[in-house]
Design a protein around this ligand. Structure first.
Ligand code: NAD
Ligand code: 3PG
Length: 601
């Protein structure tokens, strides 16, 4: 048995949300047209969840705010209206964004909180045509339920090649010598360089680019070490690289090449203190992000001769000011953020990001999502009915609450015949959260913002996975949702241990409610449900059925679970239409009925 926890809050107001799907479609304006994965079943009651095309009256609009490879633009045009508007001011971007469903940028556009706020909820996906997402306010994107995707692989080699180009150019003073010859000079003694062979290169950040740089540097005869607290040692060993501590890398390196992302932990990681720990005469290459170096400290280290040379493709502020001491320093070689700028890489990232954006607009889960779980399609196909079950159990459970200390503590149990740790519950948890929050708030919950929304509302969801007898062919046997410290408008929904408890299973691809409190029931989760506790006696099904029939309310499913013959029983009735208040009142007035509740799914 394994347990894991997520987040959660106190739930307010009321806003029923009818949809049950995995897509961002609920956020689209009615004027948009797109395709979404939906879990609706169509007309056939028994058929399984399927892909549904939501055709509306117009294409979505994608704003491409920076130059994107043609192949990517064409791919977008097949699906959407594409507005290529470059060099927008922040104000212009904020104005345009309210008319856009997706935005594509490179590193030159800051996608700030204001951008998400200005979108008025229409922006559903931001595509970064490249790796670094430090120019996108991820927290704001997540809070606004906006998916962020990037193109993480297509420019790796280009960046690594640029790193190696800068390394060699710096060591042999290529840029300085070139500029000198072009002014008519011939300074052969001034531009004597240093050799790379046999020197120690410390690669800081052994990810995609770092490992490619390491591979190439080894080919140049360098001794390569790397520092990366998160990289697996065997991946480094496979390239013939030793992973070392940060301090050791600083102390041993003749050359340092930076390849980590800009994060709060890596911001200004090279500073006065760390420069002081380096070998005198060290040479530094940066094709990662300018912000990982304290640029003023680098100027001081260059002036003091601690750093002999630096080659920089990236800067804290881009473009850097013309009179920047760093840029103008004679021992510094600079390029204008060209790491990813090869024809091949630009076509590659354009296609990679366009595919991800189109997929996201279609409601598919993106493989390159930065702020949402990446769910492989085979897992998604298998989990689809359970995803629907999860949302509906959440919706049922929260509608059973009548008071208490608020919906703050929810326990979800997943029972499976498979090894419990094999189950990735992020998708299911997101849908339970959606079910719990949407019926009682005006908040739109999706896979991107589910955990955030729960946390913001003080809702704590703990998860437990248990091993149960059953078929390992099914990813899950049942899901149980319990809400603690609350009162219920249907007392029978309170389990022996005092929580509201609902439990469900998937039968023939259809989610079923199989337990309420301690009563076993069996009703398919479609339409709406009436739960009714009565004294177990003959004729009850007929009485309730005829009240509904008189009003032409179609009963889709009915089941009775009882504590013992002629004692208490809970009847669960699935209805296709909503009964009138009058009919519900009449059901409540049947003498044997002790309590009842009508729940919308
Ligand atoms: N100049 C360019 O045009 C250009 C092109 C591509 C990538 N980049 C930048 O290069 C960097 C690396 O890109 P990537 O695709 O290799 O990313 P990646 O995510 O594959 O690799 C980054 C690595 O940095 C490591 N890391 C994180 N924190 C660290 C720390 N404190 N110390 C050491 N290592 C740490 C991670 O574990 C990871 O292995 C990013 O900043 C990216 O934006 C720049
Ligand atoms: O992070 C990246 O992918 C690189 O920095 C490339 O940025 P660019 O798309 O602005 O060239």
């Amino acid at each position: 048995m394994a347990a894991a926890s997520a987040s959660s809050a106190s739930l307010l107001s009321s806003k029923p949300s009818p949809s049950s799907n995995l897509s961002w479609k609920n956020q689209l304006p009615l004027s948009s047209a797109f395709v979404a994965i939906s879990l609706s079943r169509g007309n056939n009651r028994r058929c399984s969840p399927r892909l549904v095309v939501f055709a509306m009256d117009a294409k979505p609009t994608v704003l491409v705010a920076e130059k994107l490879g043609e192949a990517g633009v064409n791919l977008l045009k097949d699906f959407a209206n594409v507005d290529c508007s470059y060099n927008l001011s922040p104000e212009e971007l904020c104005t345009k964004i309210s008319l856009c469903d997706a935005l594509i940028v490179r590193s030159g556009t800051k996608v700030t909180r204001e951008v998400f706020e200005s979108s008025g909820g229409r922006l559903k996906v931001v595509g970064r045509a490249g790796v670094g997402i430090d120019n996108v306010d991820l927290a704001a994107a997540t809070e606004h339920g906006c998916l962020v995707v990037n193109a993480p692989t297509a420019n790796t080699v280009a960046a690594a090649e640029h790193g190696i180009a800068l390394l060699a150019a710096m060591a042999r003073n290529i840029a300085q010598a070139d500029a000198s010859v072009k002014t008519g000079k011939w300074q052969r003694n001034k531009y004597v360089g240093v050799s790379l062979v046999g020197k120690t290169l410390a690669v800081m950040g052994f990810g995609k680019v770092g490992s490619e740089v390491a591979r190439r540097a080894k080919g140049l005869g360098m001794h390569v070490i790397a520092h990366d607290p998160y990289a697996p040692a065997d991946r480094a060993r496979a390239v013939g690289v030793d992973l070392v501590s940060f301090e050791e890398a600083l102390a041993r390196a003749d050359f340092i090449s930076l390849h980590m992302p800009l994060t709060p932990a890596t911001s200004k990681i090279l500073n006065d203190e760390t420069f002081a720990k380096m070998k005198k005469g060290v040479r530094i290459v940066n094709v990662a992000r300018g912000g990982v170096i304290d640029e003023d400290a680098l100027v001081r280290a260059l002036d003091a001769g601690i750093v002999a040379q630096a080659a920089l493709d990236v800067f804290t502020v881009e473009p850097p000011s013309k009179d920047s001491k760093l840029v103008q320093h004679e021992n510094v070689t600079v390029t204008p953020h060209l790491g990813a700028s090869t024809m091949e890489a630009q076509e590659g990232v354009a296609i990679e990001v366009a595919e991800a954006v189109v997929g996201a607009l279609k409601g598919e889960l993106a493989a390159t999502a930065v702020n949402a779980p990446m769910v492989p399609s085979e897992v998604l196909t298998e989990l689809k009915p359970f995803v629907e079950l999860a949302e509906k159990l959440g919706r049922l459970a929260v509608q059973l609450v009548s008071g208490g200390s608020g919906v703050k503590s929810v326990k979800v149990t997943y029972a499976s015949a498979r090894a419990p740790d094999d189950l990735d519950t992020r998708l299911l948890r997101a849908m339970i959260t959606k079910g719990l929050i949407e019926p009682i708030s005006s908040v739109f919950v999706n896979l991107v913002n589910a955990d955030f929304t729960a946390k913001q509302r003080g809702l704590r969801i703990t998860e437990e996975r248990i091993l149960l007898d059953g078929s390992p062919e099914n990813p899950l046997e049942l899901i149980q949702v319990q809400i603690a410290n609350v009162e219920s408008k249907f007392a029978s929904a309170i389990s022996e241990s005092g929580e509201i408890k609902v439990e469900g299973r998937v039968k023939d691809g259809i989610p079923h409610l199989t337990k309420v409190g301690s009563f076993e029931v069996d009703v398919s989760l479609e339409g709406s449900i009436i739960l009714c506790r009565q004294v177990d006696q003959p004729g009850m099904i007929g009485k309730v059925g005829s009240i509904l029939g008189e009003e032409n309310v179609n009963v889709s499913f009915m089941s009775v679970g009882r504590s013992a013959p002629r004692k208490h029983a809970v009847m669960a009735i699935g209805v296709d239409e909503q009964p009138s208040k009058e009919s519900l009142k009449r059901i409540g007035e049947i003498p044997a009925v002790e309590e009842f509740v009508f729940l919308k799914l």
